[in-house]
Design a protein around this ligand. Structure first.
Ligand code: ATP
Length: 137
């Protein structure tokens, strides 16, 4: 069986994941990619989405990431994100409220007080958190 690779997911205030993984899948801006031990080194930016990995026991884990960067080395993947949460740490009600708030802002037309780009990004974060949580598919 292939050897494990080390996975770290880091935010400005938290080390969210620090463990061995059999495989890591991440949402690169150029498409989803997978990393196994021994991968050629590379660096990429990430989209808002989920990092999926199989832990050392083979269990599938999912972590929300709000974009950021990934560095893959032959024996380690490091993900730097502005925010990241494991499935169990996502507050579903908070994400639903964020989604509703963003939808309301986006449905208000031609209002100079609304930052539509920011509202769109907030909506995409909320949707992905709710997907990781399993609330929406
Ligand atoms: P909100 O409007 O609810 O703050 P947001 O998408 O603007 O959502 P972020 O800027 O991505 O929030 O994150 C700010 C901090 O709050 C981060 O530490 C992030 O991990 C945490 N956070 C945001 N939403 C949730 C959530 N639904 N469950 C758990 N933690 C969350």
């Amino acid at each position: 069986m292939a050897e494990n690779i080390k996975l770290e997911i880091v935010t400005p205030d938290n080390l969210v994941v620090d463990e061995e993984a059999q495989i890591v899948m991440a949402p690169g801006t150029d498409g989803e990619f997978g990393v196994l031990k021994g991968h050629t080194p590379f660096l990429t930016s990430l989209k808002i989405g989920s990092v999926k990995y199989k832990d050392a026991s083979g269990k599938e884990r999912v972590v929300f990431v709000s974009g950021g960067f990934a560095e893959a080395l032959p024996n380690k993947v490091t993900i730097l994100a502005e925010s990241a949460e494991r499935r169990r740490d996502i507050d579903q009600d908070r994400a639903k409220q964020a989604m509703e708030r963003a939808e309301k802002r986006l449905s208000t037309e031609n209002d100079d007080s609304i930052d539509y780009i920011r509202a769109k990004a907030a909506l995409v974060r909320a949707i992905h958190r709710l997907k990781v949580k399993g609330y929406i598919v």
